[in-house]
Design a protein around this ligand. Structure first.
Ligand SMILES: [Zn+2]
Ligand SMILES: [Zn+2]
Length: 154
């Protein structure tokens, strides 16, 4: 076994998670799970790609997209619609708990609002079946709002 770099967080649990879902354990899938587990907020494709590059995991965009698609299909990760057409991903923690997200329109960051439930039970037309709702609030995060900074590249 090669010695793992110190920043690799708990590789056993990422492996176990993939194996438990009957998937092939690949370096990319492990690295993506670890990047998501290590982050306090949902990550974009680019941020996950940067984390993989930092960890010296060779990958290309297609491999990364496929790994993320699989993790979302399996319910290991969750996809959140961000602003400017970009998806963000977060690890699914603690069973069915879903929370709302906050998109900072100034810095472009998506933050978890752990105490705000994402789902309502809206009155729907006859025959409609409710699956899930995603709630994304928009505004300025604490950093951007307080200092009035404008960091956004867009
Ligand atoms: Zn912000
Ligand atoms: Zn979240």
């Amino acid at each position: 076994m090669p010695v793992r770099p110190a920043h690799a967080t708990d590789p056993a649990s990422a492996r176990a998670l993939i194996a438990a879902h009957g998937g092939r354990v690949t370096r990319t899938r492990i690295a993506v799970i670890e990047a998501l587990q290590a982050s306090a907020h949902p990550l974009s494709h680019d941020e996950i790609g940067a984390a993989l590059a930092t960890a010296d995991i060779p990958h290309d965009r297609v491999t990364l997209y496929r790994a993320l698609d699989w993790l979302v299909e399996q319910g290991i990760a969750r996809r959140i619609a961000g602003g400017e057409r970009a998806w963000r991903f977060e690890i699914q923690r603690g069973g069915e708990h879903r929370h709302a997200h906050f998109h900072c329109d100034r810095c472009g960051q998506i933050l978890c609002l752990e105490d705000v439930p994402a789902e309502a039970n809206p009155p729907l037309p006859a025959g409609f079946e409710f699956d899930r709702a995603e709630l994304v609030l928009h505004g300025a995060c604490a950093d951007c709002g307080r200092h009035g900074r404008k960091v956004a590249a867009q």
